[in-house]
Design a protein around this ligand. Structure first.
Ligand code: BES
Ligand code: ZN
Ligand code: ZN
Length: 514
């Protein structure tokens, strides 16, 4: 896939005074009494312009704020972008990631061709330099991302390219920055890839086209293979949930499986992890059709599945020693003469029967087959990610994803990965009370519970299909989309889950090495 904006990132040994650039991004914490070394050096050349600005109260270092100071010919930079880092004692790696996103977003907005980043300097030795380079690269991709592939008459022409350099004057730091940049480039690029795939509308990405994309992805990645079941094979295998949901559309369902096997000879002793993602290319609700307001946003109902494809590719490119499955059931949920109906009883891949009470609760109908598939492949750990319920969005807003599961340790690991990746989660229940609501009088299960606790009953339904495996569920409804552009990002698909899942996988590897 062509990148929308061609972003290149390198590391270079140089100092803030001499580097030639359109934009030099530096950071400052709030409440700092005296300038740090970098700001003092620059300010010496600029006749104290930075300190004057701060004294006047135009910039206080608050997170999410920035100020531009123009070069005066005595330094290489044409502009300095001073970015607020908030309170120093609250700073995390995500503070740095967001500062880099802020800078890159701004660089694209002003059409800078070249940006230099020295944001990590303010953090001193607080974090490992490799980690800092990784998160800065992730932030640069996140902030510079734009989706314009179908805009033919943009006022300003296509967006072109942005060349980024992370700079430091210490040789020892340069080595570490370079090391971290390798992972940062992989994760950042894959998140942008996920955003572009998700942003593509349903007339461009059907289940079959998504499967082709997965096949392309596998071909371009060593040790990743891809298997696709078409609608006939899906039906023949007995994946009744996926068949039912896909029945109403001309665009037939697909069951997509990516498999990554590491080169490591001891691969057989490594745990097998399954990432399972919902990929409804468009969710109209089906016969229980949704109201028309905002229905166009339901092209993003494939975001979980796309996060899975992207995370598997990222893990493979980083050569992580884990056995990994990416399992992505994909269908289009439309009303027609061939649609599944409210009242239908469906036999799922597990053999369990489900009474359909609402055709708009289609995510769980396709995921249950994918979860059973993961169990049959003998996966030790199963993590699913899905834009599953509006109820989750009502509960948590658009700030964090719901996290459910059946294993405390796995939940803690995902919470830790969320902290690190800046893709936040909040724990929610899905136990017996909720499972009871999903019992049907005429089948084993029904696909909706009572009016209350919809995110929890949705998860409790999925729980019935994971057997005794360690399982976690991420409800990302509300997180799939950035509704309005922010200082960190353009609007549209967020790529949520790519950083969270890859960080989880990287941590699993780190743990097993210890
Ligand atoms: N894809 C939707 C959930 C959703 C809503 C995602 C808003 C993103 C933003 C899902 O398939 C759905 O429609 N769920 C129903 C379930 C209900 C019928 C039990 C819902 O949330 O209303
Ligand atoms: Zn739905
Ligand atoms: Zn849906």
């Amino acid at each position: 896939m062509k990148e929308i904006i061609n972003v290149g990132i390198k590391v270079r040994k140089t100092d803030v005074i001499s580097c030639e650039t359109d934009l030099l991004a530096i950071g400052r914490f709030s409440g700092e009494k005296k300038p740090d070394k970098i700001i003092a050096e620059l300010d010496g050349k600029l006749g104290g312009a930075i300190e004057k600005m701060i004294k006047l109260g135009d910039f206080a270092g608050k997170e999410g704020t920035g100020a531009t100071i123009y070069g005066n010919g005595t330094i290489g930079a044409r502009r300095i972008l001073l970015i607020g880092l908030g309170e120093e004692k609250k700073a995390t790696l995500d503070t740095l990631r967001k500062a880099a996103a802020y800078a890159a977003n701004k660089a694209v907005a002003i059409k800078a061709k070249k940006m230099n980043v020295a944001l990590h300097a303010a953090f001193g030795r607080r974090f490992d330099a490799a980690d800092m380079a990784r998160v800065m690269a992730e932030g640069v991709y996140f902030g510079s991302y734009r989706y314009d592939e179908f805009v033919t008459e943009s006022e300003n022409g296509r967006l072109g390219s942005l060349e980024v350099e992370m700079i430091d004057s210490e040789q020892a730091k340069i080595k570490m920055l370079e090391k971290g940049l390798v992972d940062g480039l992989i994760i950042g690029k894959m998140q942008s890839y996920a955003r572009t795939l998700a942003n593509r509308p349903a007339n461009v990405i059907s289940p079959a086209r998504l499967a082709e994309e997965a096949q392309k992805l596998a071909k371009s990645t060593t040790r990743v293979s891809c298997t696709v079941l078409d609608e006939k094979e899906v039906a023949a295998k007995g994946m009744g949930g996926l068949s039912a949901v896909g029945a109403g559309s001309q665009n037939k369902p697909r069951f997509i499986v990516l498999k990554y096997k590491p080169a490591n000879r001891s691969a057989n002793s490594l745990p097998t992890i399954a990432l399972v993602g919902k990929a409804i290319t468009f969710d109209s609700g089906g016969i229980d059709i949704k109201p028309s307001a905002n229905m166009e946003q339901m092209k993003l109902d494939k975001s979980g599945g796309i996060a899975v494809l992207s995370a598997v590719k990222a893990a493979a490119e980083m050569k992580l020693p884990v056995n990994l499955y990416g399992i992505v059931p994909s269908a289009e949920n439309l009303p027609s003469g061939s649609s599944y109906r409210p009242g239908d009883i469906v036999i799922t891949f597990s053999g369990k029967t489900v009474e359909v009470q609402n055709t708009d609760a289609e995510g769980r109908m396709i995921l249950c087959d994918a979860l059973s598939y993961a169990v049959k492949q003998n996966c030790d750990v199963i993590i699913d990610i899905a834009t599953l319920t509006g109820a989750c969005m009502v509960a948590l807003g658009q700030y964090m994803a719901g996290l459910m599961g059946n294993d405390e340790k796995l939940i803690k690991q995902i919470q830790a990965a969320a902290e690190e990746s800046g893709e936040k989660v909040w724990p929610m229940p899905s136990g017996d009370e909720y499972a009871k609501e999903m019992k049907s009088k005429i089948a084993d299960l029904k696909n909706v519970g009572s009016r209350w606790g919809g995110a929890c009953t949705g998860a409790a339904f999925l729980r019935q299909f994971v057997d005794d495996r360690k399982w976690a569920h991420l409800d990302i409804a509300g997180m799939d989309m950035i509704e309005k552009s922010t200082e960190y990002s353009a609007e549209g698909a967020s790529g949520f889950g790519v950083r969270l899942l890859t960080t989880y996988l990287m941590n699993v590897v780190k743990k097993s090495k210890k």
